[in-house]
Design a binder for this molecule. Structure first.
Ligand code: ADP
Length: 230
């Protein structure tokens, strides 16, 4: 199944994708992570992307689309994938529709107050991208990733003024994708109103939503009813 996880920065999509993908045996593809790897390896893509990312702006569509297209042509994407952080603009979504058919878009619906609190307490593994939170989900050992033992750091784009810009960019350029996928009849919303709700619990909720949507998708009338309820 080809899935898209939508949501503002800090909405949890990356954390849930990293838990759900191995359970479904499909790759978790985060364009943010792909860019960070490219920056670390000082590739041409990395050099082009760095300035935009450091400012909290989006990397231009043509660079992202090319990188994503190459990634999903890999053998491991044949049975599906979870896209986290792509598409982020309507032109990216239109291009994606030309490349492949998406089965479901899950939107993480989280109030701004929670987003801001979460994002400013978020730390990330430098090596594998695993996301932690110094209030609700600390690494077991300070500064060390539970998953790969890599170094856990505060990402350079987590400064308050950069966060503000990322949220503005999200509202202007990414939020319109909610209606885009709603109109295609494949949008499912998952709400989180509780800052302290555990990542594992939320990931379960997202997975349940995906599984019940898949079941309903085989029954066209049920699917229309569910979609209209959104
Ligand atoms: P978050 O989910 O916290 O916003 P990501 O790791 O998904 O973080 O993205 C970090 C940065 O990478 C974005 O602010 C943007 O500069 C760049 N980026 C990632 N995906 C895209 C995309 N699809 N289009 C344009 N820029 C992107």
């Amino acid at each position: 199944m080809k899935k898209i996880f939508l949501g503002a920065p800090g909405s949890g999509k990356g954390s849930y994708a990293s838990r759900i993908a191995p359970k479904r045996n499909i790759p978790h593809i985060s364009t943010g992570e792909l860019f960070r790897k490219n920056i670390e390896e000082e590739t041409e893509i990395g050099i082009k992307a760095k300035e935009f990312m450091d400012n909290g702006d989006l990397v231009p569509d043509e660079i992202v689309i090319e990188m994503l297209k190459n990634r999903i042509e890999n053998e491991d994407c044949q049975n599906g994938f979870i896209l986290d952080g792509f598409p982020r603009t309507i032109p990216q979504a239109e291009k994606l529709a030309e490349i492949t058919d998406i089965d479901i878009a899950v939107n993480m619906d989280v109030p701004d107050a929670i987003i801001i609190k979460r994002i400013s307490s978020r730390v990330t593994c430098k090596d594998c991208g695993e996301i932690f939170n110094i209030i609700t989900h600390k690494p077991k050992e300070d500064g060390i990733c539970d998953k790969c033992q890599g170094e856990v750091i505060t990402r350079p784009d987590q400064k308050p003024e950069i966060i503000q810009n990322r949220l503005k960019v999200y509202e202007e350029q990414t939020a319109p994708l909610i209606d885009f996928y709603k109109n295609k009849g494949i949008l499912q919303n998952v709400t989180c109103n509780d800052f302290y709700k555990s990542v594992d619990e939320m990931a379960e909720k997202v997975l349940d939503t995906i599984l019940s949507f898949t079941k309903n998708a085989t029954n066209p009338i049920k699917k229309i009813i569910e979609t209209n309820k959104q």
